[in-house]
Design a protein around this ligand. Structure first.
Ligand code: FNR
Length: 416
């Protein structure tokens, strides 16, 4: 009820409280480029719709007179204490929304105590973002580079900066088909947005220097064998719709760092064998993000992975993908009650968090909503979005008659 008290005696909120209103306000506050990138999804947007519609298929059945006046929203996941059962998802190229997106997010996380999963594609070096977290824990997300030395370098930096877990994202070995971005020409990364993390990495800059040195000597620099297929798609569009990408192609060759980034940031050949090497490469708990099939979930856990995030990347990778919430049900059934299973994609409200927990998530990640809060009101906007989700979850628990997270089981729901 703090939120209502604040409403009576405090200021009006800086960002709309209702999810749809927040989205609308964010669209007005953002550039066309930023909106396309952040709000956009794969293909026709079916996966994004599936993610939301899945929540419409479940209904909470509140219980009365249970005395749930004192509620505990906290939970510890892989050694990290969450004051409420969610954390902030990794969001790359956030500079499209705010020059210091990573730092702004970290400060809001620190102010609210909600942990933050740093993106690999940050504009700010992870060491600086970590310093802005104060006592609030953070995890580090990793895209698996084609350069194994860079993988080790990023893991080493994450460990040194105090990350409490390593989250390896599996679903972005190539970038999905994203018409909103394609229509606007080059991707944010092709303009250098979201690569600050890399250009602050010694190993990465070593790769760049080698190429520059080779070019200076007139030797062809060794090129990676795999051209990311996103680039291939852009080139193909350029061929077939020359007008659309003309501006992109006219721009001078991007800096060597950007090119090296595009060639090395993710490995299309990523396999279970790579994941198996992690045990010897880090002491941190390892979480695999982007699992949708129960068999993949089982295999991950059999391999000794500490946890998984059921996710379809907010509907940004495969169009017509299974809703993340539907996948969660199947995955939890497959792995049993003890495995650590997080979930994201489509969470917009505290009631959504409640439903996801009832369907088997230990905790969830929040993606776009906090970026929308940032677009509308900077750090304060992010803090409000966080506070709203916590407050609504808390009220939902009070009104549904549950006093703690363990009591949010499938029994509190019916399928509509
Ligand atoms: C993402 N996501 C993401 N995931 C990841 O592992 N590394 C990354 O760098 C990014 N970057 C990124 C950028 C933007 C603009 C968005 C919207 C998302 C995916 C993210 O972590 C999360 O899975 C989804 O955002 C969850 O879905 P919702 O909450 O946005 O529906």
């Amino acid at each position: 009820s703090q939120i209502y008290r604040d409403g009576v005696v405090g200021d009006r909120p800086a960002a709309p409280t209702h999810a749809a209103g927040l989205e609308e306000a964010a669209e007005s506050a953002m550039s066309r480029r930023a909106w396309a990138y952040v709000a956009g999804g794969a293909g026709e947007g079916r996966t994004m719709r599936n993610n939301r519609e899945a929540f419409d298929r479940w209904a909470i059945v509140p219980r009365m007179l249970t005395g749930a006046a004192d509620r505990d929203l906290s939970r510890t996941v892989l050694g990290t204490r969450l004051p409420a059962p969610f954390a902030l998802a990794p969001v790359g190229a956030g500079q499209l929304v705010h020059r210091d997106a990573d730092l702004v997010t970290a400060r809001a996380a620190a102010a609210t105590g909600i942990p933050y999963v740093f993106t690999n594609q940050g504009g700010t070096p992870l060491e600086e973002t970590a310093a802005a977290m104060g006592a609030t824990p953070h995890w580090m997300q990793l895209y698996w580079s084609t350069d194994e030395g860079l993988v080790d370098s990023l893991i080493g930096r994450a460990e040194a900066a105090g990350a409490k877990a390593l989250v390896v994202t599996l679903d972005t070995t190539v970038l999905g088909w994203r018409p909103q971005d394609l229509d606007l020409g080059s991707l944010p990364f092709a303009r250098g947005q979201g690569i600050g993390q890399y250009t602050s990495d010694e190993h990465f800059m070593g790769l760049v220097d080698e190429r520059v040195a080779a070019a200076a000597k007139g030797e062809p620099a060794e090129r990676p064998k795999v051209i990311p297929s996103a680039i291939r798609s852009l080139l193909s569009i350029a061929r077939h719709h020359p007008g659309r990408l003309r501006d992109n192609l006219r721009t001078p060759r991007p800096r060597a760092a950007v090119e090296t980034f595009l060639e090395t940031y993710s490995n299309p050949r990523l396999s279970w064998d790579h994941i198996a090497t992690l045990r010897d490469r880090t002491t941190l708990p390892v979480v695999l993000k982007g699992i949708l099939h129960p068999d993949d979930a089982r295999r991950a856990l059999d391999l000794g992975v500490d946890g998984i995030v059921v996710s379809n990347h907010g509907g940004r990778q495969v169009d017509s993908s299974i809703a993340s919430l539907d996948a969660l049900v199947r995955v939890r059934d497959a792995v049993g009650p003890d495995a650590t299973v997080l979930m994201d994609s489509g969470i917009r409200t505290g009631a959504d968090v409640f439903v996801a927990l009832a369907l088997g998530a230990d905790a969830v990640l929040l993606g776009r909503p906090y970026m929308y809060g940032m677009a509308v009101a900077g750090q304060r906007g992010v803090e409000e979005v966080i506070a709203n989700v916590v407050a609504e979850l808390d009220l939902t628990m009070a009104l549904a008659g549950v006093a703690d997270l363990a009591s949010i089981t499938r029994d509190v729901l019916v399928e509509r």
